[in-house]
Structures are given as C-alpha cells and as structure tokens.
Design a protein around this ligand. Structure first.
Ligand code: C2O
Ligand code: CU
Ligand code: CU
Length: 478
C-alpha cells in the first residue's frame, strides 16, 4: 500500500491562517546543500564520550551581499551534527559565548529533568560553562538540540540555536539502511526566515503570537539548495525546525518513498508514501530510491508548491537492496492498572494560548506521575474545527506511543516512538507515556511562540521511595 495524502485535517493547514506567510522561491542561484560537519568528541573511550557544545555568535552568508548575524552551536548558524551511541556514558561541557543566558535542551532524549534535559531551569549564563553527564539509554533515532530559555526560546531558535543529534545503536547498525553521513545519510533541517534590510533577521518585526514565519525556506541554512545524488538510495533525516511552519512534503513527480523512522526511532515497518506532512519539532526519516532516473535528471523535493531541494542525479552503482517488511520490535507495555486517564487541553490561539486553561508558570508543578508507570494521556485541542490550528504536542524526557485519534486509528506513520504529535482542532489524541527517570519535565505545544506564550506545563516524575525537592526557577530568580 502506498499512501498518497497528508493525513492531517485540510481545514487546519497553516495555509488557511490569516497570518500565513507563503514561501517564495528565492531569486538566487542554486547552491550546494550545506551538510553540517559531525561534532568531534574531545575524547572517546569504549564506554565514554566527551564533547564541548558551544553556543556562539557569528555571521552567515545566506544571500548575495551582506552576511546575516546569526547564532549557532560550534557553527555560524544551526550547528555541527552530534552523534551519540546508546549505552555510552556521555559528558558534555555546555559553553555560552552569547551575550545573554541560554539553555541546551536535548529534545527527544530520555535524560533527567529539569537540569540535564536543559529546559528553562538550566540556564547557562553568558561567559559560563555548565557540565552535564548522562548515559544514553534509548534506541537509534534522530533527535535534536535547541535553546529553551523562558520565554525567549523562539527568538534564540530563530537566530539559529538548533542542531541535529543522531543516536546510534547495534539494532539500527544491522538494518539495510543508508548510513554514510553526508553521502547517502543526509540531515535536512527545514526552516523559514525573513530577510530584512542588509539581509538581517528581525524577529520583532516579524512577530506573530501564532508563530513567526518568513518567506524564504532554508534547508540546513541553505537558500535554494541542490544535492548531488551519488548512490541509488538516500536516507533523509528530516527535522521540522521551524518556529511555526508545517511542511507538506512530496517530490515534483510524486516519486514514492519509504518512511523508516519517526521522532524516537525506527518504525516497526516501512511506510510507503508519496506525501508526508510534518508539524513543528517532528522528525521523519525517509529512504528515497532514485533507481528510475538517469544521470542528468533532476527531481525536486517540494513543500506545497514551493521547491525545497533539488536532487541532481549523478551516476551511481545499481543497488538492489530492498527494505525488509519488518524493521524493529518496539515494546508495547500494558498500562499500569487503575491509573486514571490524564486529560490535557491545548487551548486558544494568539495571545490567548493556554494549557489546561492556564498559562505556564516556571515555579509550578502541574502534574505528577510515578516513575515507571505507564499512563494514558488524552490530549485535546480545543480550537474550533473551522478556523483552529494543528498544535504539535511535545513531552520532554520520554518517547511515547500514539494510541488513537478521536478513538479511531492513528496515522500510518505513527506506529513508532514519538515525542511530538500534531493534534488537529477539535481532536483528542490518546498517547501512552512512561518516564524511566525521575525529574521535572515540560510538556507543551511546539509552535515555539505558543510555548513562549504559555501553552506549556510541567510534570514531576517521582519515586515514592526517594522523594526529591527541586529548586525551580521563576522569572525573578533567572
Ligand atoms: Cu523541543 Cu520543550 O522542546
Ligand atoms: Cu523537548
Ligand atoms: Cu500551539
């Protein structure tokens, strides 16, 4: 079976928003797609990896003329790609060379909250270095790192503080998937930006409480990119790294592709499709087979009607590898008996956004769940089905399973692990959540202006045998 639709509710697409900013095909010559370098470890042993991640100011050449002032991780804009290995003890120096405080949030990693996780309670002040240690304890996946200070996550990500974090493990190593980074295993960080006078970003000028957008698409920070295809099969690790934009991806000739992974790792089985829509913070890994093309051909990855990245076919060695019907087993744990269902609402739009009717408060713990419990959460988007928006619901420190949409089936590509799920207006999405570690974790809409605007809360994962107290920050102690 090949799926040929975007799954989400058409009336809720961002294209229907009053404030929608359409993408414009840039008037610059095609440029080679930037492939972020892999971050080199400072030191590595069989059991331990040591890294330094530095948030820094820089300038980036996006367009002809003036460079743009940007921020990045060990890079001018976005960052170097970080690779972790399941089972390894990982040690990271977090350096802040920016003129303001930032945090380093590991989106999709099962690490202790609230400090290692790097949400709003873990500020690194300008000129300072914090250190974190954790053991990577989850399957191979495409996750990411981004800034998360409250309430300026959106401005910092807009300036460039986001980068891909790839987790590897022995299971994924054995699968017949492309994994030669930069050759046939390619990160694609999808974002949009507005360029103002002298090619500068101006977040305030573009501000929209429903999410900031720009007319220009960036892929790994490249305007109008092309990629030279030198292998028959290419794996694309796609991240919606935009503040607000949804991406409705397809190839210009409806070339079929296989989705092989979602946020938290490899899917149980490949899902064959010609179209896929991604909401903010989601990751989809797809494998594209270019076997039907000849050298000199070009096939273009589009979002709606806008070209995003041109794949220029070069000569390649034929590759007859087929994806297996079954990829991995994902544990499907029975919910802990007698637990009440946790209901959560994502409310409002614009400045009115709230979660469970409340605005976020850093010093308030909104909910508690026993560590190791497997709980059912029901997430409801209370927006009207006529003019509401899809809110991408994200939980820190866990990978969940999606069980049902409005009591019906989940989308075909939602049978794997997820940390972010798009919820349509008027819809209730049921998920199954387990925290393996104790800590305080945030959960929120990942339209970043909604999160900064208060559509966010936090939950304590607690161990009754070892009660803990957390020194939570509030706006005044920051
Ligand atoms: Cu991408 Cu609170 O996270
Ligand atoms: Cu997160
Ligand atoms: Cu939202």
């Amino acid at each position: 079976k090949v799926y040929t639709d975007y799954f989400f509710d058409e009336p809720a697409y961002n294209t229907h928003d009053g404030g929608y900013i359409p993408l414009v095909t840039p008037k610059v010559d095609p440029q080679p797609l930037a492939i972020p370098p892999l971050l080199k470890p400072d030191r590595q042993t069989d059991t331990d990896d040591y890294y330094t991640v530095m948030a820094q100011e820089s300038e980036t050449q996006f367009l002809p003329g003036k460079k743009t002032k940007t921020w990045g991780y060990n890079a001018g804009f976005l960052g170097q790609t970080i690779v972790f290995r399941n089972g390894k003890q990982t040690h990271i120096d977090l350096k802040n060379k920016l003129p303001e405080l930032t945090t380093f949030h590991w989106h999709g990693l099962n690490v202790p909250g609230p400090i290692t996780d790097g949400g709003c309670h873990a500020p690194v002040y300008p000129g300072e270095t914090n250190h974190i240690d954790f053991k990577v304890h989850q399957p191979a996946a495409t996750t990411w790192l981004h800034a998360h200070p409250c309430p300026s996550t959106a401005t910092q990500v807009w300036k460039g503080l986001a980068t891909m974090v790839i987790i590897k493990d022995d299971v994924e190593d054995q699968l017949p998937l492309p994994r030669n980074y930069g050759v046939d295993d390619i990160p694609l960080v999808l974002q949009d930006r507005e360029f103002h006078d002298d090619n500068q970003f101006d977040y305030r000028a573009d501000y929209d409480p429903d999410g900031v957008q720009g007319h220009t698409a960036l892929v790994n920070g490249t305007v109008n990119p092309y990629f030279d295809v030198t292998t028959q099969r290419v794996r694309l690790r796609i991240l919606d790294g935009s503040n607000r934009r949804e991406w409705r991806l397809h190839f210009n000739d409806d070339l079929e592709f296989a989705q092989v992974a979602s946020d938290g790792g490899i899917l149980p089985a490949p899902v064959y499709m010609t179209k896929v829509m991604m909401t903010c913070a989601e990751r989809d890994e797809i494998v594209v087979d270019f076997g039907q093309y000849q050298p000199g051909d070009e096939v273009t990855l589009m979002t709606d009607d806008t070209p995003l990245c041109r794949f220029r076919i070069k000569s390649f060695v034929p590759d007859a590898t087929k994806l297996p019907e079954h990829l991995v087993d994902i544990p499907d744990e029975t919910p802990t008996p007698d637990l009440p269902v946790r209901t959560i609402t994502m409310d409002g739009m614009d400045d009115e956004v709230a979660l469970d009717g409340k605005k976020f408060d850093m010093s308030r713990i909104d909910a508690r769940q026993k560590v190791g419990d497997v709980a059912i959460w029901e997430i409801r988007n209370t927006n009207s089905t006529e003019n509401g928006m899809v809110h991408p619901f994200h939980v820190h420190g866990t990978q969940f399973r999606v069980l049902a949409r409005n009591d019906g089936p989940v989308y075909p590509n939602e049978h794997g692990l997820k940390d972010t799920v798009g919820v349509n207006p008027g819809e209730t999405v049921r998920i199954k959540v387990k925290f393996e570690l104790t800590g305080v974790y945030m959960y929120h809409c990942h339209i970043i202006e909604h999160e900064d605007g208060g559509m966010m809360a936090q939950i304590e994962s607690y161990d009754p045998q070892h009660p803990q107290t957390y020194h939570l920050m509030d706006m005044d102690t920051l």
